[in-house]
Design a protein around this ligand. Structure first.
Ligand code: NDP
Length: 335
């Protein structure tokens, strides 16, 4: 990571370094582990961590200029000074954007127990995006059969899962995304009832009225801005809005205003923000739920895998123009 970012992040805000020594052994006396990184997760919140600290942002884990980006990934243990990990273990959680990492903080590091799914899934459906979709939908949205559900950024890492969870429950599900290819995926691969390309809809209020003639019960909010304003006009009484992310605002120096908040009151809507870290206690329950659905083909997951650590900057930056089709992953090395 080169330096703090304002506005849209650029590839040149990051650089690839081949300097430094590769450490394959844990230092004497350390209880850390050395891992070989296999897959890295590209997540929109990394942008928030690129902002200069003190800008009123609540992400405590800011990136530090001159140091490797850290984030979530899948890795293999090469050497361990920690009693819970041994050589050969596969893990997911906090690691570095580098070929090999020395991990000493174990708050967010889990041993991978299931080998019958692609390892990269632990950056997505079986990792943070999966738990975000699960916690956000089941805990925050109070969903029930027959609800009318709308999801923005619907073909992404989180959105594609929320839509499929809602379909499994018997909801009517509509998603928005930024290209025809993504709209086709939503309807044909993820089996949403309807989908539209928000970039081709000049009047989002009219668009939502077209798909939700009786209004929206649940809005899973990933983007914010104009979409949120249009949704507020189309919510049903006692609807729920899960504020998961506001990606359309992350690169703006001054966030756009929201004009239709009075509709929260008129329609007795509950709008609730949440952070996935609040739901880690549900992870075992989530795995119990989702692994059989994957095995039976009832839930599918789409990934967009960029090859090589050097493709990390472009993959990360691409999230903000919608270049990713599905969960954006960087393949660093094969097991
Ligand atoms: P995605 O895989 O959905 O990738 C981001 C997508 O956002 C892009 O592909 C693009 O899709 C869309 N996008 C980018 N810029 C804009 C814009 N200006 N307006 C509308 N859409 C835009 O990312 P994730 O699924 O990982 O994350 C989705 C949301 O969930 C983000 O807001 C993220 O910050 C949030 N999040 C929140 C968590 C929490 O704990 N609360 C945890 C994880 C994620 P398109 O082509 O459709 O425009």
């Amino acid at each position: 990571f080169k330096d703090y970012v304002s506005g849209f992040p650029k590839e040149s805000d990051m650089y690839v370094s081949t300097k430094g020594t590769i450490r394959l052994k844990v230092p004497d006396g350390s209880n850390g582990i050395v891992v070989k990184n296999l897959y890295l997760s590209c997540d929109p919140y990394t942008r928030n961590r690129m902002t200069k600290p003190d800008t009123g942002n609540y992400y405590v884990n800011y990136l530090k200029p001159g140091l490797p980006i850290n984030g979530l990934g899948v890795a293999k243990v090469l050497d361990s000074g920690h009693p819970n990990f041994k050589k050969g273990d596969l893990v997911w959680g906090n690691t570095g954007w580098e070929e090999y990492s020395l991990i000493t903080d174990f708050q967010l590091l889990f041993k991978i127990q299931h080998s019958n799914v692609p390892l990269s899934y632990y950056t997505g459906i079986l990792g943070l995006p999966g738990l975000t979709a699960y916690g956000g939908f089941y805990e925050v949205c109070s969903p029930k059969k027959g609800d009318n559900v709308f999801i923005s950024a619907a073909s992404g890492a989180v959105g594609q899962l929320v839509g499929q969870f809602a379909k499994l429950l018997g909801c009517y599900v509509v998603g928005s995304a930024g290209s025809k290819e993504k709209v086709d995926l939503l309807k044909n691969k993820f089996k949403f009832n309807e989908a539209f390309n928000y970039k081709e809809e000049p009047d989002l209020d009219a668009t939502l009225k077209r798909y939700f003639s009786e209004g929206i019960d649940i809005y899973f909010e990933n983007v914010g801005g104009k979409m949120l304003d249009a949704v507020l006009l189309n919510m049903r009484a006692h609807g729920r809005i899960a504020a998961c992310g506001l990606i359309s605002q992350y690169n703006l120096d001054k966030p756009e205003g929201v004009h239709n908040l009075m509709h929260l009151i008129y329609k007795r809507i509950r709008m609730e923000g949440f952070v996935v870290f609040d739901y880690f206690h549900l992870y075992p329950k989530f795995l119990e739920f989702v692994l059989p659905q994957i095995a039976e083909g009832k839930i599918v997951y789409l990934e967009d895998i960029a090859e090589g650590l050097e493709s990390g900057p472009s993959a990360l930056v691409g999230l903000f123009s919608g270049l990713n089709v599905g969960k954006q992953v960087v393949l660093v090395a094969r097991e």
